[in-house]
Design a protein around this ligand. Structure first.
Ligand SMILES: [Zn+2]
Length: 254
């Protein structure tokens, strides 16, 4: 493949497998091994007669960006062993959706249109009592939805803002922080959660799968939903017997 094509392929896929989204590099090891890309620049239309999805193309077409899809080795094996399940059109669609998703996630958040999220299936949002529980909600989610009760004073507002900002920041860097970094998330969110409790607030949350519409093509993503509630309002609702409003997942989540 020519170098400009290779750069396009890697850049647009954000260095991730177009099927399973796994980052395609293995970090440097303590034993001294270098950071290494573990990826296949797979052919969509096979390179040789008899190979998966083969049809005659010019050399330039066959080896260029248009006919390649960036994959992890196991998904490369899968598409070549099961070409009936992975025809050319499906691979082009998967590649296009993956690139669109990566572009969306790396664009400046202020400069992009929000994209619609379908209403998720009803889901429980239990109280989050530890940093670990909060990390489990935000970890690996591609979308978030943060709600909060109207703060009744400046302390509540500050604690809410600090909590939501940190949760959002950790989500953004989740994929690159590694195992060690996850302990930092636990610790940081645990501290911020303690601050919430100190001012009469409690965080509820869950991670759930939602259908997302990317310009007409549907896919599924993980949504981290967190709702910071005032303890006095919860108590009032319990006294009056009112059902708290269900967490809503419609509208825009990011
Ligand atoms: Zn993969």
């Amino acid at each position: 493949m020519r170098e400009p094509d290779r750069r396009l392929l890697w850049g647009r896929a954000a260095g991730r497998c177009s099927i399973c989204n796994t980052p395609l590099s293995q970090g440097a090891t303590e034993a001294g091994d270098l950071d290494t890309p573990i990826a296949d620049e797979a052919h969509i239309v096979g390179a040789k007669p008899g190979s998966a999805r083969f049809r005659t193309l010019s050399d330039l077409e066959r080896d260029g960006y248009e006919n390649r899809i960036l994959l992890c080795p196991s998904d490369h094996r899968l598409i070549d062993r099961q070409p009936e399940a992975w025809p050319e059109e499906r691979l082009r669609q998967v590649k296009g959706e993956h690139e669109a998703k990566m572009r969306r996630r790396t664009d400046d958040a202020d400069a992009t249109e929000p994209f619609p999220v379908f209403r998720p299936e009803p889901f429980e949002m239990p109280p989050l009592y530890s940093g670990k529980a909060i990390a489990d909600v935000i970890g690996g989610a591609g979308l978030h939805q943060f709600e909060y009760d109207d703060p009744k004073n400046a302390d509540q507002r500050d604690a809410t803002r600090a909590f939501i900002t940190a949760a959002s920041d950790w989500m953004d860097v989740w994929d690159v922080i590694g195992t060690d970094g996850r302990f930092d998330v636990d610790e940081n969110m645990n501290d911020l959660n303690t601050d919430l409790h100190a001012v009469g607030l409690v965080a509820f949350g869950a991670q759930t799968s939602v259908k997302v519409d990317f310009w007409g093509s549907e896919s599924r993503m993980q949504l981290a939903a967190i709702w910071i509630r005032r303890i006095d309002l919860i108590a009032e609702e319990e006294r009056s017997g009112a059902e708290p409003p269900p967490p809503s997942g419609d509208g825009v989540a990011e």
